[in-house]
Design a protein around this ligand. Structure first.
Ligand SMILES: [Zn+2]
Length: 174
């Protein structure tokens, strides 16, 4: 799922509890990521990653600074769009207390994916393996991307993702 969609879903989830303790805002946003990943969805491919299409999803990072730089730009663009939408929907006060819940919503919503490079680079004795296993367990096995399925399902996945994003933005706007 794109990070924009993850941030929009996290925003819809945390908006009703914006005044709760920051820990709970982060926790709900973080958990919303795993719940969202359980829905079969389309996702964009990262050119710098060698994908292991088996259930283990034991990806590795290509040692190509150009590709890594391109992917970082892509991810940064994705986060910027999501964060802007979240900011518009939550309309926080421009104080530390006002901005903290928004920052925690965005961070919690994308953190499970932001941690992924750790697993691409650190294969042996990685202390976070349990987190990766949980991410894999929660993630839908139906990945609607050209590396895994045919073009019709990819298109369906893209349309469905726009629908999910629309729903999340609608609920976050209430
Ligand atoms: Zn994820």
């Amino acid at each position: 799922m794109t990070l924009t969609t993850h941030i929009a879903i996290a925003t819809a989830v945390t908006k009703p509890i914006m005044r709760a303790h920051p820990f709970f805002i982060f926790l709900f946003a973080f958990l919303s990521h795993y719940a969202a990943d359980a829905i079969p969805h389309w996702d964009y491919h990262l050119c710098s990653v060698n994908e292991d299409t088996s259930e283990k999803r034991d990806h590795t990072l290509k040692n190509d600074p150009k590709l890594i730089g391109y992917d970082l730009l892509k991810v940064a663009f994705d986060i910027t769009i999501g964060s802007t939408l979240s900011f518009i929907l939550l309309r926080p006060e421009l104080t530390f207390a006002g901005l903290l819940p928004v920052a925690l919503t965005i961070l919690g919503g994308i953190l499970p994916d932001m941690l992924q490079p750790i697993f691409w680079l650190w294969k042996k004795n990685n202390p976070f393996t349990l987190l990766k296993k949980f991410h894999n367990f929660m993630h839908s096995n139906l990945i609607l991307r050209k590396e895994y399925v045919g073009p019709k399902l990819v298109l369906a996945g893209k349309i469905f993702q726009v629908f999910i994003l629309g729903c999340a933005l609608f609920f976050a706007s209430l």
